[in-house]
Structure formats: structure tokens, C-alpha cells
Write a protein that binds this ligand. Structure first.
Ligand SMILES: O=c1ccn([C@@H]2O[C@H](COP(=O)(O)O)[C@@H](O)[C@H]2O)c(=O)[nH]1
Length: 236
């Protein structure tokens, strides 16, 4: 349930620098949302920006989608844990050894470790995109396969589309976290996302966390857009 203790909306801060990001963040309430820092903003503004978000009371999902050899990736998730982020991620297609190394490396952080999740199939991809990289299974089947691998490696959950949430909750269990981008209120532009759902549909389907970027950050009134989504899902 979306509560002040566990806000399930994660606002994707896809901005080119910390000034516009902080201008939005300073209007937001940590009881209503968490924040996601991705590749563009982190590459520009780095750990210092994450510290500024923490100082404002927000929990941060560091969405750098690490994908490398086990030694490199596990060192990267440890660096994220040192930064004190709430959640960090890797690509499940990095495989069992890579994911297990990351999980093992985070054990030394004890109960303060970040949630470790794995990206399955990007929400911008459809069947044709998968075929283009040699995967002839449907997105649903590929997501399911990678989610099973991720759970067997002891990670906390996956990034997937909300469309896969009902099957994944049934297959992987209620505790396995589903973090779902590709969230689009009915009036919002789809953009480059293919596997989408509305906020309400996504939570009803079994999403644990809704990652929402442009429908909030590119809205004429970002605060009003977030408030509308918050009111739609509060209590779900
Ligand atoms: O499969 C994925 C994994 C990550 N993302 C990220 O989520 C946000 C979505 O932003 P919107 O503007 O709401 O489309 C963005 O930061 C992506 O990097 C994803 O979309 N799909």
C-alpha cells in the first residue's frame, strides 16, 4: 500500500544537471515518493547529488543497471551501498555468476544493505526488439526466465513491466519485489515505452514500485501531476 512509510511511487529524475532536478525535488515530499537517479544525472552530478537527496530526506534508487564481469559489478554495487542508497540494480542478463557475486558482496552491509534488483527486459522493448537480439521468445517468457534466475541468485526482485506482474507474483512469490517503469496515466504520451500500464492498473496487477519519469517531470505542472497520481493510488 502507498503509505508515508512505504511510498511506492519512484520519480525518475531524468534531468541533464542537478539544478532542474533539485528545483523539482524541493517541491516534493519524501512521504509521497522515492527518487531514482539514472545514468544521465549521475554521470553529470555524481555521488554528491545523491548525498543532497539523502540530506533532503529521500530514499534513492540508483538506477545504473550495472552489466559487467562479476568482479567489476560486485565492486560497483558495494560502492552504491557505501553511498547509502535504498536500491541498486544490475542486468539479469549478466548471468548467475555476476548476480551471485553482487549479492555476496552486499552481505557485509548487513541490514543496511540496499535492495538489489535485476533488470529483465527493458520496458521500451517489444517482441521485434527481442528478435533483433536473437531472442525469439515473447517478452513475457524472457522476463519470466530472467526473474527465475534472479530469484535463484538470491536477489530481492526485478525490474519488469507491470504487464508481467501477475505472472511473476504467481511464479516468484509475494516477497519478490517488482519494480515497474513504463507507467503511463491515461492522458500521458507513451514516448519510447512499449510495455505500459496506468498507475492503478499496475498496482492492481502486483507492482510493488512504480517508476515514473516524463509523465511527472515533463508535465506543465510536475507537482500537480505527481499529486494526481498519488491521489489515484493512495490506499492501493
Ligand atoms: O526497463 C526499464 C528500466 C528502466 N527504465 C527507466 O525508468 C524511467 C522511466 O521513465 P519514463 O519517462 O516514465 O518513461 C527511465 O529513467 C528509464 O531509464 C525504464 O523505463 N525501463
Amino acid at each position: 500500500m502507498q503509505t508515508p512509510d512505504n511510498p511506492r511511487i519512484i520519480v525518475a529524475l531524468d534531468f541533464p544537471s542537478d539544478q532542474p532536478a533539485l528545483a523539482l525535488v524541493d517541491q516534493l515530499d519524501p512521504a509521497k515518493c522515492r527518487l531514482k537517479v539514472g545514468k544521465e544525472l549521475f554521470t553529470r552530478s555524481g555521488p554528491e547529488l545523491v548525498r543532497k537527496l539523502h540530506a533532503r530526506g529521500f530514499e534513492v534508487f540508483l538506477d545504473l543497471k550495472f552489466h559487467d564481469i562479476p568482479n567489476t559489478t560486485s565492486a560497483a554495487v558495494a560502492a552504491a551501498a557505501d553511498l547509502g542508497v535504498w536500491m541498486v540494480n544490475v542486468h539479469a542478463s549478466g548471468g548467475e555468476k555476476m548476480m551471485t557475486a553482487c549479492r555476496d558482496r552486499l552481505e557485509s552491509f548487513g541490514k543496511d544493505r540496499p535492495l538489489l534488483i535485476a533488470v529483465t527486459v527493458l520496458t521500451s522493448m517489444g517482441p521485434g526488439d527481442l528478435a533483433g537480439i536473437g531472442i525469439t521468445d515473447s517478452p513475457e517468457a524472457q522476463v519470466s526466465r530472467l526473474a527465475t534466475l534472479t530469484r535463484n541468485c538470491g536477489l530481492d526482485g526485478v525490474v519488469c513491466s507491470a504487464q508481467e506482474a501477475p505472472a511473476l507474483k504467481a511464479e516468484q512469490g509475494a516477497d519478490f519485489k517488482l519494480v515497474t517503469p513504463g507507467i503511463r496515466p491515461l492522458s500521458a504520451d507513451k514516448g519510447d515505452q512499449q510495455r505500459i500500464m496506468t498507475p492503478t492498473e499496475a498496482l492492481k496487477a502486483g507492482s510493488d514500485y512504480l517508476v515514473i519519469g516524463r509523465p511527472i517531470t515533463q508535465a506543465a505542472d510536475p507537482l500537480a501531476a505527481l499529486e494526481a497520481i498519488h491521489s489515484e493510488v493512495v490506499g492501493l
